[in-house]
Design a protein around this ligand. Structure first.
Ligand code: AMP
Ligand code: MG
Length: 280
């Protein structure tokens, strides 16, 4: 099985998160051991994003979802750190503002989608509207239950207009989450990240699991697949995501646009001295 398919949720399959080991780290013994591979995919990501920007024909949307402290911020730092800020953007979605809440639920996401040539990363996404919203009954069941179909149509529409979509669920277990909350408590530079809801959501762990499983099962499609990334090891999460993004972009067979000028003529006219010839 190829690398991408190992983590991809097959369209139509039923996800059971309890069967997936959040500490999986493939054949790598350690972070140290994986470093050369991490660097390879970091470099590939940089090259491919540059090509996508130059080609200016299609775009990439990366959606990150996961429980609190699953590593959404860290993933963005790693993946975006490899890319040229020109041509990349990040959108983070919080509790909807009054203006956002006064529109249909997809409105705020649609306006943040990438333009041709761009990469956009969603830190949380339209899936919050079938996750936190479902778990806390923020809208009635007959409203949220229709949203899976709305989301599939929305993503189909984006794909039809040249946007490639990759969605990553960062899978951590309850012990790892508590350990990461504790690290935040112990590190004054991370106190700002702590919110009451981090702790008050923990008793709802199973409700969130059900909501994540429904989203992963109902909304993994060929044009917008979900990937479940074992994320207890941060370095493995970074490696797996950058490899999947790299391999997906490589398969697009992107091309630099043809030059709009005659390169040979310009070379002859302005660069003859460099080649040791005297200017005409
Ligand atoms: P953070 O990502 O840690 O800054 O937290 C953002 C918070 O906004 C999380 O608690 C999310 O559950 C919440 N949030 C994001 N989208 C929605 C939404 N559509 N409805 C309600 N809460 C949301
Ligand atoms: Mg948070």
């Amino acid at each position: 099985m190829d690398y991408i398919s190992r983590f991809r949720v097959e369209p139509g399959s039923q996800v059971d998160l309890s069967k997936i080991d959040a500490s999986f780290k493939d054949q790598h013994e350690s972070h140290q051991h994986a470093l050369p591979e991490i660097e390879t995919y970091r470099q590939q990501l940089a090259d491919l994003q540059y090509l996508m920007y130059a080609e200016n024909k299609r775009s990439l949307l990366i959606c990150l979802q996961g429980r609190d402290a699953a590593g959404k911020d860290g993933t963005i730092k790693h993946v975006l750190g490899a890319m040229n800020p020109q041509g990349c953007k990040v959108a983070a979605f919080k509790v909807p503002t009054r203006e956002e809440a006064a529109h249909d639920f997809l409105w705020r996401y649609h306006r943040a989608t990438p333009a041709k040539g761009e990469v956009a990363i969603f830190n949380r996404s339209h899936y919050e509207d079938v996750l936190v919203v479902r778990v806390h009954n923020l809208v009635p069941q007959d409203v949220w239950s229709q949203r899976y179909a709305h989301i599939n149509h929305f993503e189909q529409q984006l794909a039809d207009s040249g946007t490639h979509i990759l969605k990553f669920y960062l899978h951590i277990d309850a012990d790892e989450q508590l350990a990461r909350f504790k690290q935040r408590i112990d590190d004054p530079a991370r106190h700002w990240k702590i919110s009451d809801s981090d702790y008050s959501e923990r008793p709802l762990w199973d409700e969130y699991t059900t909501a994540f499983e429904a989203a992963l099962s109902q909304c993994s499609t060929p044009h917008a697949p979900w990937f479940i990334i074992p994320s207890n090891h941060k370095w493995f999460r970074n490696l797996a995501i950058s490899r999947i993004v790299s391999e997906t972009l490589s398969a697009l067979d992107m091309k630099f646009p043809a030059p709009t000028v005659n390169i040979n003529e310009i070379r002859k006219k302005y660069h003859q001295i460099e080649k040791g010839e005297s200017p005409s």
